[in-house]
Design a protein around this ligand. Structure first.
Ligand code: SER
Length: 320
């Protein structure tokens, strides 16, 4: 029997691309996109779309019953930088949406849940390099606190109620089709748009701030691979470390210059610098590689080539 999937937060950076990929795999009518915001034209044209508040359990259940949903991907969240400005709002969105979906799974309306965690669960006391799966976790951001609490709720619901909830600690996710909003790793997306449109970029992190990152197609593939893995292969029910590449603004600028030789970068660190300083520089994801055969495809060079090629094409088309 084919799965029927509900994506909460389908208009966000990851939601947009994940939803379209899921529609390719499971059939358009079997993937219900939802968000509190209107969906993109492409998303509304390709399958069902519902306006939905991810914290409203009754509304979510109504949609689940309407379409006979079997899996929920909960991607609605407030990211690290915005969460520092609106701590209360971030906590209630990030936690209430998770609790609503976990309860729905506990009550057996759905069979499986996906919920992303983040490198933000780590903090200043965590070892910065090759950060292990099991280590010191003392996050200093509201976003990190919400993700760490969420991880333990996932594990609790799995242990106590048998809920099949699966999770990945995403690094910064880089895409050219959709922009992120309100994260500390957003610079690594903005830099490509600014480089191809203006030839320059003012970076809000300092030049040697190294952070773990990943190209969107790797993140989408990891997510789907995790959800398709056999239950017995999923050994970690808090959230898996997941990694692909690590770089600093200076290193990515050097890579961009190979394609846009006149590209200029300047640095004007703001409050996001402190958030970045509290996070790891690189992640050890050997458990994901061992348990369900995770492998990334894109390194920094390949990713940069791919993004710049696509953004240049897009710009050309817009100017035709
Ligand atoms: N990309 C996220 C952020 O910067 C980290 O999970 O907030």
């Amino acid at each position: 029997m084919s799965e029927v999937i509900l994506v909460l937060g389908a208009s966000g950076q990851i939601g947009r691309e994940l939803t379209l990929k899921l529609r390719n795999l499971y059939g358009n009518k079997n993937v219900i996109a939802s968000d509190i915001r209107e969906g993109s034209k492409e998303m509304i044209a390709s399958g069902p779309f519902e306006i939905l508040d991810a914290t409203d359990k009754v509304a979510i259940l109504t949609v689940i019953n309407k379409y006979k949903v079997s899996q929920v991907y909960l991607l609605a969240a407030m990211l690290s930088a915005t969460a520092e400005k609106y701590p209360q709002k971030a906590w209630s969105l990030n936690m209430n949406s998770l609790m609503a979906v976990l309860d729905i799974a506990k009550e057996k309306y759905i069979k499986q849940v996906y919920w992303p965690s983040s490198i933000a669960v780590f903090g200043p006391t965590t070892p910065k390099k090759n950060t292990p799966q099991h280590t010191v976790m003392e996050p200093s951001t509201v976003y990190g606190i919400s993700k760490l609490a969420g991880e333990f709720w996932c594990n609790y619901y799995h242990e106590k109620f048998g809920v099949d909830v699966r999770s990945l600690r995403y690094p910064g996710i880089i895409s050219w089709k959709s922009k992120p909003g309100g994260g500390t790793t957003d610079y690594a997306v903005d830099i490509f748009f600014s480089a191809t449109e203006k030839g320059s970029y003012e970076c809000f992190l300092s030049e040697n701030t190294r952070l773990p990152m990943m190209y969107m197609s790797d993140a989408v593939n990891a997510t789907i691979q995790l959800m398709k893995a056999k239950k017995e292969d999923i050994k970690i029910r808090t959230s898996y470390n997941l990694s692909a590449i690590s770089f600093s603004p200076k290193e990515i600028a050097t890579e961009i210059k190979k394609h846009i030789p006149d590209f200029k970068i300047t640095y004007q660190p703001d409050f996001r610098q402190e958030i970045a300083n509290s996070w790891p520089q690189s992640i050890n994801d050997s458990e994901a590689r061992k348990d369900w055969n995770w492998q990334h495809k894109f390194n920094l060079t390949l990713m940069t080539e791919e993004i710049i090629k696509n953004l240049k094409n897009k710009l050309q088309k817009e100017h035709l």
